[in-house]
Design a protein around this ligand. Structure first.
Ligand code: CAA
Length: 259
């Protein structure tokens, strides 16, 4: 499939989605969001074991939702635009494979929100994160108020959202918004190495672990623990579990089939 705003590459079982709208620092407008949505429909989960999302160029991951598109929206259209982004990001969050954001520059507004919909964020030293929306007269609209508070706690989320002030990569690392910081040239290789490490493990187990971590968070303790126990049991219905454990016992290497 041909895209105007996306570049798709793969490294073995790893897909790399690069958002590429260089004139606007990879800002997300309706067309870009709809291409991401289309791309998500094409992923073959039988062969793809992890996804990396990054931005084109050395300056920006994604500089936000497209301000020129939003400038003339009325209330109803604003809600539709917000829902469009929120739905695409929720799909990313719920993909049955790990998703790593390789944040290679500005991750502002919708860019920070896109990174937060991914399972894991790593970034380059020049990356800047922020939710500058209130300086434009709006609030984060692609689920940033929800996910930022979850990731860094309410106090820090409120500081970032009320001030709109961007933070650098070292501060993003300190508050736990990213897991690691790399030189720009080392960022994508590091993301690929991490993705390959994940891809070598049992895919159904990873999918179930992701479901548990994502869905247990908002549950009460007893419900969350029961939710995990059921999925732990489900692992024993897979060939991967049989093969993984028998390989361990027989001191062999295992290649998981995702069955
Ligand atoms: N939307 C539309 N265009 C954007 C954009 C955005 N979010 N961010 C950058 N651009 C465009 C600029 O308008 C500029 O276009 P022209 O060359 O045609 O003038 C081009 O990208 C390059 O940007 P700058 O010249 O501004 O580059 P800079 O290096 O001086 O500054 C920047 C970089 C600090 C990221 C600055 O571009 C900026 O502040 N961008 C806006 C960031 C922002 O406010 N993002 C949040 C948007 S609201 C949102 O995301 C809502 C939501 O939650 C859903």
């Amino acid at each position: 499939m041909d895209y105007n705003y996306l570049k798709i590459n793969s490294e073995g079982a790893i897909n790399i989605l690069t958002i590429s709208a260089p004139k606007s620092l990879n800002a997300l407008n309706t067309a870009v969001l709809s291409e991401i949505n289309q791309y998500l429909n094409t992923i073959d989960f039988g062969t793809t074991r992890a996804l990396i999302i990054t931005g084109d160029g050395e300056k920006a991951f994604v500089a936000g939702a497209d301000i020129s598109e939003m400038a003339t929206l009325n209330q109803a259209a604003g809600e539709v635009f917000g829902r469009r982004g929120a739905d695409v990001f929720r799909r990313i969050e719920q993909l049955p494979i790990p998703v790593i954001a390789a944040v290679n520059g500005y991750a502002l507004g919708g860019g920070c929100e896109l990174a937060m919909a991914c399972d894991i964020r790593i970034c380059s030293t020049n990356a800047k994160f922020g939710q500058p929306e209130v300086g434009l007269g709006i609030i984060p609209g692609f689920s940033g108020t929800y996910r930022l508070a979850k990731l860094v706690g309410m106090g820090m989320a409120k500081q970032l959202i009320y001030t709109g002030a961007p933070i650098r990569s070292d501060e993003a690392l300190r508050i736990g918004l990213v897991n690691a910081v790399y030189d720009q040239t080392d960022l994508l290789p590091a993301a690929i190495t991490m993705a390959q490490q994940m891809a070598a493990n049992a895919p159904i187990a990873i999918q179930l672990a992701k479901e548990c971590i994502n869905n247990e968070y908002d549950l009460a303790a007893d419900e969350a623990i029961a939710y995990e126990t059921v999925r732990f049991g489900q692992c024993f219905a897979t060939e991967d579990q049989k093969n993984g454990m028998s390989a361990f016992i027989n001191k062999q290497k295992v290649e998981f089939q995702g069955k």
